[in-house]
Design a protein around this ligand. Structure first.
Ligand code: GTP
Ligand code: MG
Length: 314
């Protein structure tokens, strides 16, 4: 069996190989993605984001355990955009979730920054699709830290959980980080630490003020990661959100939006690649070696995009 067939049969090693190819941007990945495409779309993708050390992995670990006892198969992608190290970068995640190693109903993979950040979001999205196609009906996407690249990665999620704590700061921090808007569910973790109720109250007020008109009001749930307290409420909120957006058609809309964004990203990537090629060794290169004052960059860019570069494509 080839890699795609093994993946579709639910084989975890086939899945791992396919994700590796995607991450390495191996040309073979595209064919695999095409082959499995029709089988994806069943998984509920849950994104978990929030400041470093807020307890995301600890919470993921509890969710995995609950999903497993309910008979679900689970995939986890832990993304660390800030880390320059490849693969296995997120040691803490491995440690936190390691009680699941040996259970092939749980697949956990770390991804770190390689090259540019848009590429990371793309790789994460494709990895999620592979997990989905391999018959895992729950997929967790954890991002470490808060920034633009996390926001991009989180666009892949159907339900986004934003984790705050009394330690990592109040709701103002969440707003500054730009993650308030993307939250479908708020978690105030470390509820055993003083100040948790205050943060929860602030977030509830903010939700009331800013999302008063929307049909889904993001609930604010207090949890204690170390004991698992509140995790059942979180799970309940996550599943209610999924049911609500499925019923309202919002899930379908999100997926269409996502697909448009994906196509756009692929076009950008391919156009940039083409431009680099043309400017390096196409006829365009020679136009740039003469008198620079006569060069019209917009005109040349249009010619590259339209394929009018005066050269036959190989
Ligand atoms: N007191 C307390 N500590 C907690 C709680 N939840 C998690 N922790 C601890 O907080 C630390 C960080 O937990 P992680 O789950 O690794 O946090 P994270 O958000 O995944 O961290 P990064 O991936 O590094 O951003 C660990 O030492 C946990 O044991 C909690 O509810 N209360
Ligand atoms: Mg973590």
């Amino acid at each position: 069996m080839d890699i795609a067939e093994r993946l579709l049969a639910g084989d975890v090693r086939g899945l791992a190989r396919a994700i590796r190819l995607v991450e390495d941007r191996d040309p073979a990945a595209e064919a695999i993605l095409r082959q499995v495409r029709g089988r994806a779309g069943m998984a509920h993708v849950v994104g978990i984001t929030g400041p470093p050390g807020s307890g995301k992995s600890t919470i993921c670990d509890h969710l995995i355990a609950r999903w497993r006892s309910a008979g679900h198969r689970v995939g986890v992608i832990a993304v660390d955009p800030s880390s320059p190290f490849s693969g296995g970068a997120i040691l803490g995640d491995r440690v936190r979730m390691q009680r699941h190693t040996g259970d092939d109903g749980v697949y956990i993979r770390s991804m770190a920054a390689r090259g540019h950040l848009g590429g990371l979001a793309g790789a994460a999205r494709e990895a999620v699709r592979l997990i989905d196609a391999s018959g895992r009906d729950r997929c967790l996407l954890e991002t470490v830290g808060v920034g633009q690249s996390e926001l991009e990665v989180m666009q892949t999620a159907d339900t986004t959980v934003v984790v705050a704590t009394p330690i990592t700061g109040d709701s103002v921090q969440i707003i500054k980080a730009g993650i308030f808007e993307i939250a479908d569910v708020f978690v105030v973790n470390k509820a055993d630490v003083p100040g948790a109720s205050k943060v929860a109250r602030e977030l509830r007020d903010l939700v009331r003020q800013t999302k008063g008109m929307t049909t889904w009001q993001p609930p604010v749930i207090q949890t204690v990661g170390t004991t698992g307290e509140g995790v059942d409420d979180l799970l309940d909120a996550v599943e209610r959100h999924h049911a609500a957006i499925t019923e309202s058609g919002e899930l379908e809309q999100r997926r269409r939006r996502r697909l448009r964004a994906e196509i756009e990203a692929i076009v950008v990537e391919r156009a940039a690649e083409r431009a680099r090629r043309e400017l390096r060794d196409g006829t365009m290169g020679s136009e740039l070696s003469g008198d620079l004052r006569g060069v019209d960059p917009y005109g040349l860019a249009d010619r590259i995009l339209n394929g009018h570069t005066g050269r036959q494509d190989p």
